[in-house]
Design a protein around this ligand. Structure first.
Ligand code: SAM
Length: 427
């Protein structure tokens, strides 16, 4: 049984009354874990037919997710291929509430490591623009890796303070998710480190920060747009009262729905989510990232794979780096400084084109040359080994069954491993 902070326990006792004993008993069972199938790569039904470990029942509030209790599901080959994302089940309730649709402008303001970003992207099906922002640069890099692993093509990953985003893109987004940093009362089982960090001072600090983030989100949202505010905590200061105070400061918003998942009432560790709508009003456009025309890059890409029609290139130069990187822009890509301005295609120094890992993960299924491996063979590739092949000289996409894992470059019957070192399997 987890040793919970005394003051937290007292507060929950007071709030829940006779339900407290059931709430408290929920801490005696192991944390619930979930797996969300990535429909950008495979349907939930098809994944069930080849799942390498048993899956439990469906998560009621997310159409592609199941409860699971596997040993190291993050170490499986299919995880490397981006067929699924591992996420605590109740945390899956917030993104569907936003009801994102194809072609919309969507912002995930506090996005790392990307659970909800990847969920939103699945509903957008590669259309519109999804800005996934994470203030912490190190965490933003992990977010970028997750969007790439899942083969997301329409996402810009940024690492900006919400205030700066609000200055640049007022009244721009159709939908915004604010999955705020919080005191994490729903994380006590999954991350016991959160227990000693808990205090009433921290609850107050989190509430103040959430208030600031929400006020910036209010500026970023277009008239008629929707906003979901969520936390993984139970403190009313950060949940119901935060929403109440926001509505008092922002009469242009109304509350449409509010959910509080508590661990003794649902199969999940607990989450809070509120859906708000902004009154009809202005929707502003933004300056967009300029398209780059490069026949040479288009030619190199065409030799590797059959890309979808209408791809718009964007050239990004990093100071001090000779070869510029090329991206495929989302439908609408606002001019923002970003870690990823859409899908990374590769770098081109004027002579040689080096394809990006993200390109293989998103469009590798359309490659002209594929090296198809079994699950066992794929493990060796994921460990960084070379692969013998009868393919001729040049780049190929290495796949486990039909699912891309990364690039290989063949010389004399051997595919050299081009999987980035940081993404390799380590055990
Ligand atoms: N949405 C993520 C997911 O589903 O994987 C989890 C987000 S986590 C609950 C909250 C995030 O907010 C953290 O990654 C944290 O670094 C970020 N954050 C902290 N302070 C922030 C601030 N002032 N503005 C925006 N984001 C902030």
């Amino acid at each position: 049984m987890t040793d919970l902070p005394v003051q937290f326990t007292e507060r929950m006792k007071e709030r829940l009354g006779e339900d407290f004993s059931a709430f408290s008993a929920s801490y005696a069972r192991p944390p619930l874990r979930g797996l969300r199938v990535n429909p950008l790569k495979i349907s939930a039904e098809d994944f069930l037919l080849r799942a390498p470990f048993p899956l439990g029942e469906r998560v009621p509030w997310e159409k592609n997710a199941y409860y699971q209790d596997a040993d190291r599901p993050g170490g499986d080959v299919y995880h490397f291929a981006g067929l699924y994302y591992l996420q605590e089940p109740s945390a899956m309730c917030a993104a569907p509430l936003l009801g994102v649709k194809a072609g919309e402008r969507v912002l995930d303001l506090c996005a790392a490591p990307g659970g909800k970003t990847t969920q939103l992207a699945a509903d957008m099906g590669g259309t519109g623009v999804l800005v996934a922002n994470e203030i912490d640069y190190g965490r933003a890099k992990i977010l970028a890796q997750n969007t790439e692993r899942l083969g997301i093509t329409n996402c810009m990953v940024t690492s900006l303070p919400p205030r700066l985003l609000a200055e640049k893109l007022p009244e721009y987004f159709d939908k915004i998710l604010v999955d705020a940093p919080c005191s994490g009362e729903g994380m006590f089982k999954k991350e016991p480190n959160a227990i000693p960090e808990w205090s009433m001072e921290n609850v107050a600090r989190c509430a103040a920060r959430q208030r600031e983030i929400l006020d910036e989100a209010a500026i970023l949202l277009a008239g008629g747009g929707k906003l979901v505010y969520s936390t993984c905590t139970f403190a009313e200061e950060e949940d119901e009262w935060q929403v109440e105070a926001f509505l008092a400061r922002h009469p242009e918003f109304e509350l449409l729905e509010m959910k509080k998942l508590l661990p003794h009432e649902v199969k999940g560790e607990g989450h809070f989510a509120a859906l708000l709508r902004k009154n009809e009003g202005a929707k502003r456009d933004a300056r967009l990232l300029p398209e780059t025309k490069s026949r040479a890059v288009e030619g190199c890409l065409g030799e590797l794979l059959a890309l979808p029609a209408g791809l718009r290139l964007f050239e990004h130069r990093t100071p001090g780096v000779r070869a510029p990187r090329f991206f495929a822009l989302p439908e609408e890509a606002p001019a923002l400084s970003a870690l990823r301005c859409g899908l990374e295609l590769g770098e081109y120094d004027g002579k040689l084109f080096r394809p990006a890992h993200a390109l293989a993960m998103a469009y590798g299924g359309r490659a002209n040359r594929k090296l198809i491996l079994s699950r066992e063979e794929a493990k060796k590739y994921l460990h960084g080994e070379t692969v013998e092949t009868d393919l001729g000289h040049g780049w190929c996409v290495v796949c486990v069954e039909e699912f891309p894992l990364g690039w290989g470059k063949v010389t004399a019957g051997v595919a050299k491993n081009h999987l980035p070192k940081a993404l390799r399997m380590i055990s």
